[in-house]
Design a protein around this ligand. Sequence first.
Ligand code: G
Ligand code: MN
Length: 276
Amino acid sequence: MDRNLPLILDDDEWATEMRAGLEQEQFAVHYQPKVDATTGRVTGFEALARWSHPERGPISPDRFIALAEANGTIEALTAFVVSRAIDDCAGWTAAGFDGTVAVNIAASLLTSSQLLDRLTRVSRQHSFDLSRVVVEVTESAAMSQPHLTMELLGRLRLHGVSLSLDDFGTGFSNLARLHQMPFNELKIDKRFVIDAASSRDSQVIVRALVGLAGSLGLTSVAEGVENADVWAWLRTVGVDQLQGFGIARPMPANSVLNWLRDFVPPPLCVQAREVA
Ligand code: G
Ligand code: MN
């Protein structure tokens, strides 16, 4: 890492660095599996962008996604991730994988049809069925311009794409509106999941959110599952799917087929304990 580089860049300078980074293939897409909570079967992978800057080293996604949203490069970055995700997942399909691939979409990209156009084009190129694509939208993004986003979300659904509400529980959703939106899945934010085997507060929240998902007819996914105790507790409240370091960390595309071959779900006999 080059310690002489300026640490503080303004939006335009970051935008230039990111555009160069995309051209020079400094970005990669890593994949983190989601599994069925009961059977341990792998249901799909979430595509997560990674940036390794040649002089600055790895830059955290929390940081560069926020920068990309601020400096306008989020569109180019998302285009890269969407194309790569479908291309990679189509490759695993040839080896027998028939699950989904999920991409994260920022609020600013939910008001134009470019995303749908790209998804349709890339999936056609790879003969990839759009019903295997999941679009993850954060709760705050979905609710920021509900009328505008609703139109695109509805069109994505008509094309068979599944919709997942990400980081759920942190965005103060208007529940009446949520009920009208065409989501298939609620992803319970990891801050409530990480300590769900030991914190009574987290248990109360997770149980309520799983119940809400069930009542709305939506699949519940817990992200941030870091160990088998949490997995076991989540099973007792009926969560549908799990994702987290306790199952696998995000991995490069070329590790996915080996991981699928070797993955053994942990013994689910760990007794889940209620916290007194
Ligand atoms: O915002 P979103 O829900 O898409 O967040 C995904 C991010 O969370 C990824 O960057 C991923 O590396 C991270 N992550 C995934 N699983 C876990 C986990 O079990 N624990 C923690 N602390 N972070 C996780
Ligand atoms: Mn996500």
